[in-house]
Design a protein around this ligand. Sequence first.
Ligand SMILES: [Zn+2]
Ligand SMILES: [Zn+2]
Length: 113
Amino acid sequence: MSHWKLRECDVGTAYQYHCNGCGNNFPYNVGGGFRFDMVACSECGEQKYLKQLEDDVPMPDPFEDFEAYQEAINERSKSPCPCGGTFAYHSPIRCRKCRSTDVTRMKKLYMYD
Ligand SMILES: [Zn+2]
Ligand SMILES: [Zn+2]
């Protein structure tokens, strides 16, 4: 399966997740949009938007070189999270309460792109 298949069906959707560790229910945004990408903290699961436009440095074209594109996203999201972790493009989905990655996707909440 290519990266593209995965990205296409996941673009800009918020899902309700259930933590199997502590029972917490929380929304989580999967995928990005045309003007931004979502990155998540590797430690606490906090998410933030990463603007691709309105920036001085041009992004590599994801359709031409997906690896370079991901690399650029990771590079751009290096600003650390208050928890001490770092934001990355493919961080695991975490419960924000107990930080467990043992979570179940429940239902689609909304499309935000
Ligand atoms: Zn939890
Ligand atoms: Zn964090």
